[in-house]
Ligand binder design. Structure first.
Ligand code: AHR
Length: 498
């Protein structure tokens, strides 16, 4: 048995964990919207045409900020096509995913869904083929009470009350050559800043996210970010970060070390934000919106990206296994550890497309990644504590040396929630949780996700192979908590401190 200790102290607070770190992302892509959340023909459909079974499962994930309508899709999207009477909405060709968009689900349907689901809407404007003015018009449509063209149009469409959308993304992944309307950083920065200014002239009460580098592999990684920050200055509140990871080399130990690299990505982006802030004497300190994250490598490549002119084609339908679930927990651990810089994060995506939920006709399955996210989301309130792991480490192929344990901790009054992954593929580990200034009185609740095969996945016929189970291996002893963790496992536990 390996032994590690997680050292904590209640005075060593990183920051409050922003609930928006438990956000999601719904894009018009594949079967995410149609056959995913919206399917009026389904026997599960509610009076709004949304699938009850899917929405019930999404409720378990307690999403906060919900990003919409893309993604790459947004860079060719015109919001006006998707409002008003459904029978007059055009069918449009989506070039990003080579699909047909029926526009039967649009901004008003999405915003009404957000109200029913208690999600904070996070709308992305089109800065690919769209203009600053089109973005401003959409904002007026959403947020202004009435008395002017676009606000009155919303009322004509049957929505008397403004939606009050505060959180907006200025385009999507504009640094990527695949993006419709991709331009150099200097051009995007001018466009984003003009858009931000026009939007704020219409409604000053906004939080705006500018596009940062969309991948660490980009040749303009961090250089793009510096240019955007320096030009947009105080016009923006957040810079976006995206990250998709995979186990292409089929090396589980290496894959499970990837959180090292996620930590470094956050710290590097935050360092650029800090540098520009001080050098340019900016008023605002721009923080990170990690608005796309997930494991994504199996359903990747041309055959998964090309919708062949269909409505709701099967695209990016990644099947998740145990090791992917552990990496999903590591992503969230990293965001919690960096609670002072990461204020928003969106799981990409929520249903069918690289998602925790898959549908097939009337059936639905919770994928492996669903479970750690649900276990952490219900324990997310509080402040993040600094973590220090004492114990054995291993050398990974790509991400340097990592402890066998990946962990984070949230303190809420006298309740301490601890999240820990045992990265070992073959050895159990005893984790002691010690809080320097307090003693652990009891374990209030604990769950585990574990399995012996890193490739084990859930299927429609066997949907609960990998699921959250009650964890009997946690106890309070001599002022500490002890977790007897099997190999390849993730534990979420809430402890009472004396
Ligand atoms: O989430 C899938 C795609 O990944 C998004 O559309 C894009 O922003 C990213 O490249």
């Amino acid at each position: 048995m390996r032994h590690s200790t997680l050292h904590l102290h209640t005075a060593f607070v990183v920051d409050r964990v922003d609930p928006r770190v438990f956000g999601g992302f719904l894009e018009h892509l594949g079967r995410a919207v149609y056959e995913g959340v919206y399917d009026p023909e389904s026997p599960h459909a509610d009076e709004h045409g949304c699938r009850r079974d899917v929405l019930d499962a999404l409720r378990e994930l307690r999403f906060t900020a919900m990003r919409y309508p893309g993604g790459n899709f947004v860079s060719g999207y015109h919001w006006l096509d998707a409002v008003g009477p459904k029978e007059t909405r055009p069918r449009t060709r989506d070039l990003a995913w080579q699909s047909i968009e029926t526009n039967q689900f649009g901004p008003n349907e999405f915003l009404a869904l957000c109200q029913r689901m208690d999600w904070t809407p996070m709308l992305a404007v089109n800065l690919g083929t769209g203009t600053p003015e089109e973005a401003r018009n959409w904002l007026e449509y959403c947020n202004i009470e009435g008395g002017s063209r676009w606000a009155d149009l919303r009322r004509e469409h049957g929505f008397e009350q403004p939606w009050g959308v505060r959180l907006w993304c200025l385009g999507n992944e504009m640094d990527g050559p695949w993006q419709i309307g991709h331009v150099p950083a200097e051009v995007y920065a001018v466009n984003a800043q003009q858009t931000a200014n026009m939007m704020r002239m219409c409604d000053p009460n906004l939080e705006l996210v500018a596009c940062g580098s969309c991948a660490v592999e980009m040749p303009t990684y961090l250089v793009w970010d510096r240019t955007v920050l320096a030009h947009c200055r105080d016009s923006i509140d957040y810079l976006s970060v995206h990250r998709y990871v995979g186990n292409e080399a089929d090396d589980t130990a290496n894959f499970l070390a990837v959180s090292n690299s996620i930590d470094r990505q956050i710290e590097a982006t935050d360092a650029v934000c800090a540098e520009v802030h001080h050098a340019l004497r900016m008023k605002k300190r721009v923080r990170i919106s990690f608005d796309e994250w997930n494991v994504w490598y199996k359903a990747r490549g041309p055959e998964h990206h090309d919708g062949r002119g269909k409505v709701a084609p099967h695209l990016l339908e990644e099947v998740y296994n145990l090791e992917d679930a552990l990496v999903a927990a590591e992503f969230l651990n990293s965001f919690i550890r960096h609670a002072d810089s990461v204020k928003i994060a969106n799981l990409a995506q929520i249903v069918n497309v690289i998602a925790p939920i898959l549908t097939d006709g009337d059936r639905m399955v919770r994928q492996t990644i669903f479970h750690p996210i649900a276990m952490m989301a219900k324990r997310r309130n509080g402040v993040s504590l600094r973590t220090s792991i004492e114990g054995p480490v291993y050398e990974s192929k790509d991400y340097g040396s990592v402890p066998y344990v990946d962990a984070s901790a949230i303190l809420n009054g006298n309740q301490l929630s601890v999240f820990a992954v045992n990265r070992s593929v073959d050895r159990p580990l005893e984790l002691a949780v010690r809080v320097g200034d307090r003693s652990v009185a009891e374990v209030l609740s604990a769950e585990i996700v574990a399995g012996s095969d890193p490739k084990e996945a859930n299927t429609f016929d066997d949907p609960d192979r990998i699921a959250a189970r009650p964890f009997e291996g946690a106890c309070a002893k001599s002022g500490a908590a002890l977790f007897a963790m099997p190999p390849l496992s993730f534990v979420a536990a809430t402890l009472r401190l004396d």
